[in-house]
Write a protein that binds this ligand. Structure first.
Ligand code: ASP
Length: 438
């Protein structure tokens, strides 16, 4: 049995947190490969080391004095090292980092040092081998991780290593240029390592006990989802449920390795298990509700639209030409509506409108802003009649007007568009119907 364990920034923010992490790792000898993030926030209002590094490098790049910034970062690590009673000095490492900053080694190099140093400290504390991610995680010159190449290099490197710490978030190109994933990317590293060692499980330890059925800021006593499929996770994560980096599922998914989200501060909680597929019946018809504000819609009307071949293509081409990706496109006989992120659309809205006029000569183009989209997700919806009916009733009871409803053919999700001001009430109404009163 082989487990890969990834610990997030808040799990490794202080010596006390390091002790909890070590206890978890030592509790099971199968926890052999450890992927740490950089130290995160110790308390509300604290700054993550990654953000301190970005700020420090920005000063270096602007030619300003960054001595104090770097000293503050070093103090974060020294506090941990002292708290753990380790005989370890990062003197040389910080001297190297300083030189590299002066040489303008790049923002990605700068940010990567958070994980690099934390990995060194953790490896020393656990007595595990330290494997620098720059030597095993390969990025292309385009800044995109080459999963296949990485898998070959990493699996070979770890073949004879029994216990190792591999820092998250970064790797390097063939030429040794240190490159990072997007923020929160240590989750991806954990997944890559799990694939490389053909792990039985990828445990992702964080500061919550798993995915919640709904946003706990809206629903106070919401429950943890026990089991989630990769597909359900994609839908929920895309719509804003943010426990795991969106891209973290791909490497493990291709190997059928499950992910277990666990809470470092409550290790006895079972957390959420994410699997390819499962016979386990979900507790409720729906698995989760997620949503986001900040959408706009463009409604296009034209008599006899249905007869005009290529109408949709011509409209969508306008979006493509303006480099806009759209979210949903419900349509009627003589109408089509395109939903997209308001922030992306705002700057080019007039170009898009005139483009649509030129492309298809519509009778009417109408914009609506301040919309929210909600996704009701669940593998249990497939064979259940009346789910959409329940959605309509739940929202009607609360006087919430539905602007759009869209069910994917997978029957895995129903997307609903409402005015932003109804967003929270809509979540509450749906939660009541599908969870509280179920
Ligand atoms: N430390 C990085 C961040 O703050 C990566 C990570 O934590 O996964 O985004």
């Amino acid at each position: 049995m082989k487990l890969v364990v990834k610990f997030g920034g808040s799990s490794l923010a202080s010596a006390e947190q390091f002790q909890k992490v070590a206890e978890i790792i030592h509790a099971d000898p199968n926890r052999r490969y450890v992927v740490p993030s950089a130290p995160g926030k110790r308390f509300d209002g604290d700054t993550k080391v990654t953000d301190m590094l970005y700020a420090c490098y920005d000063k270096a790049e602007a030619g300003e004095d960054f001595t104090e910034n770097l000293a503050a970062i070093r103090a974060r690590y020294d506090e941990i090292i002292e708290g753990l009673g380790l005989d370890l000095s990062l003197e040389e490492e910080f001297a190297k980092i300083k030189d590299q900053f002066v040489l303008r080694a790049g923002r990605q190099y700068a940010a990567s040092r958070g994980e690099y140093l934390n990995g060194m400290v953790l490896a020393a504390y656990l007595g595990f081998e330290f494997v620098d991610a720059a030597t095993v995680i390969r990025f292309g010159e385009d800044g995109i991780c080459n999963f296949e190449k990485t898998d070959v290099i990493l699996s070979k490197r770890l073949r004879d290593v029994e216990y190792a710490v591999i820092p998250g978030f970064y790797g390097a190109t063939d030429n040794g240029v240190v490159t990072t994933f997007s923020r929160g990317g240590s989750d991806i590293t954990g997944s890559i390592v799990a694939r490389a060692v053909r792990a039985d499980m990828y445990e992702n330890w964080t500061d919550v006990s798993g995915f919640m059925i709904a946003d706990p800021h809206v629903i106070k006593d919401t429950e943890i989802i026990e089991t989630l499929t990769y597909k359900e996770l994609r839908e929920l994560a895309y719509m804003g449920a943010s426990v795991l980096h969106e891209d973290a599922i791909f490497p493990v998914r291709s190997e059928g390795i499950p992910i277990n989200i666990r809470n470092t501060n409550c290790p006895e909680d079972k957390g959420t298990l994410i699997v390819e597929s499962t016979c386990r019946k979900p507790k409720y018809i729906i698995t989760g509700i997620a949503g986001k504000k900040g959408f706009a819609s463009i409604n296009i009307e034209k008599d006899m639209m249905n007869e005009e071949i290529g109408f949709c293509r011509k409209v969508l081409q306008v979006f493509e030409e303006n480099n806009l990706s759209f979210e949903h496109m419900p349509s009627g006989i003589d109408t089509m509506t395109v939903f997209l992120h308001q922030s992306e659309f705002q700057d080019c809205e007039q170009r898009v409108i005139s483009g649509i006029h030129r492309a298809v000569h519509p009778d009417l183009v109408e914009l609506e802003s301040g919309l929210a989209l909600l996704a009701i997700v669940g593998r249990g919806m497939r064979d259940t009649r009346g789910v959409a009916g329940k959605v309509f009733t739940a929202l009607a009871k609360k006087n919430i007007n539905i602007k759009m409803i869209d069910q994917g053919s997978s029957e895995l999700n129903i997307i609903i568009g409402v005015k932003e001001k109804y967003f929270e009430d809509a979540i509450r109404a749906l939660y009541e119907t599908f969870v509280t009163e179920a």
